[in-house]
Design a protein around this ligand. Structure first.
Ligand code: TMP
Length: 396
């Protein structure tokens, strides 16, 4: 199958380097679309052990996500009857969601998280973390048909064997259990032009058509859908139950799913991915021209946030430390490291304020509202953000 679009060969997005001038591995980033079910996937995969054994992304690094998972837990707890109902969070990261469930009274909480550094940070008396990739053995360890709730947020995109994964979820769920997942929606991604979310960890870019087909193969059906425009640039929360256990509200979700299928049919086809590649080139050219012009006027330019997305945007656009002095990030483990491939240092937010930069590229554009609120005093002293998508623009 021919590639729909390609970003070339780029470093792993979260492979921040301990020292400058290190040689980094690069891997092809090429996207294909299945002609049968419409699933958009990477054509090549990088070694999972290089990507997930020590993971630098922490959910709790942004208030937006902490608040989001707090409300998430609060709303789901209402559907559970007992504090001992088992909840399993797959890809539990630093335990933000499990801790929120704990706050709302739940006491039988299990995380599955392969990154040992994150798994260790989460454990406590009521929260067990199994430090491994979610697989058949995890199901046996936790107990077949034992979970009232299985959650997986921003996980399905990372899964190499989608059928295996969903099959294991179905085995883990109690007969009346619910599978709740969140995932960025490919249509939001296409509309915004945010190609920086294409990276090796994200093997699939989902629409609901391919996902609901995969769920159905394992006896699961989607019964609830909520869109969050502020989460990772546009995400859906879906709920799925075992066929035969659909709640009364199912017909409403059914209609919503039909509407989503129609949108995906219109906006996600072979031509839309070809157009998207064209748009990637335009965004890159506009951003680089803007930066060169500002630099020629002697402006100090830095980056705000060092998400995985920054590695992709910087490497794809070939923007290096001759243009950007540093990226600031609030995550302590990222500070002192270097963005792979472009050798730009990552510093603390305190250094950002000391340096008094003129412009900051907002790499964590998915938290634009939170960041603008937080940086009001820098903005009132003349600081400006460069937001790369939908086309590079200056705020305020
Ligand atoms: P994410 O977009 O993958 O969630 O990552 C966001 C990154 O941005 C994460 O490393 C934390 C960082 N960040 C800041 O440095 N300051 C902020 O105000 C916010 C919201 C995030």
């Amino acid at each position: 199958m021919p590639a729909a679009l390609s970003l070339g060969s780029l470093p792993l997005a979260n492979a921040l380097q301990d020292t400058s001038h290190t040689d980094v591995n690069t891997y092809l980033l090429t996207v294909h679309r299945c002609m049968v079910c419409g699933l958009v996937q990477l054509a090549h995969s990088a070694p999972p052990s290089e990507m997930f054994s020590k993971y630098l992304y922490a959910t709790s690094a942004s208030k937006t996500m902490i608040d989001h998972f707090d409300k998430y837990a609060e709303s789901l707890v209402k559907s559970l009857s007992h504090s001992q109902d088992k909840i399993v969070d797959i890809g539990s990261n630093d335990g933000t969601l499990l801790k929120a469930f704990h706050k709302y009274g739940m006491r039988n909480l299990i995380g599955v998280e392969p990154a040992t550094n994150l798994a260790e940070a989460t454990q406590n008396r009521d929260i067990k973390v199994i430090s491994r990739f979610f697989d058949g053995d995890s199901v046996e360890l936790i107990g077949r048909e034992s979970a009232k709730l299985v959650t997986a947020n921003n996980v399905v995109s990372h899964v190499p064997d989608l059928d295996g994964f969903i099959g294991h979820v179905a085995k883990l769920l109690a007969a009346d259990g619910t599978f709740v997942f969140e995932m960025p929606w490919i249509v939001d991604w296409l509309r915004r032009g945010s190609f920086d979310i294409i990276y090796h960890e994200h093997l699939s870019y989902f629409g609901f058509r391919p996902l609901s087909i995969a769920l159905a193969r394992h006896g699961l059906t989607i019964t609830g859908l909520t869109h969050f425009s502020d989460i990772h640039g546009g995400s859906w929360r879906g709920m799925a139950v075992k066929v035969g256990h659909e709640p009364g509200l199912w017909s409403g979700s059914y209609n919503k799913l039909e509407e989503i299928f129609d949108i995906e049919f219109r906006e996600l086809n072979k031509q839309s991915l070809v157009d998207f590649e064209e748009r990637m080139h335009k965004i890159r050219d506009a951003l680089v021209s803007m930066l060169i012009e500002l630099k020629s006027k002697g402006k100090i330019i830095v980056g705000y946030g060092a998400p995985a997305k920054a590695t992709i945007l910087l490497n794809y656009c070939r923007i290096d430390n001759s243009i950007i002095d540093f990226l600031s990030d609030s995550t302590p483990v990222k500070q002192g490291k270097y963005v792979p491939g472009v050798d730009i240092p990552i510093v603390s937010p305190e250094k950002f304020h000391e340096a008094k930069p003129d412009y900051a590229i907002m790499f964590a554009w998915n938290y634009e509202r939170e960041i603008l609120e937080k940086e009001q005093s820098w903005i009132s002293n003349g600081g400006k953000f460069i937001v790369p998508f939908p086309e590079p623009h200056i705020v305020p």
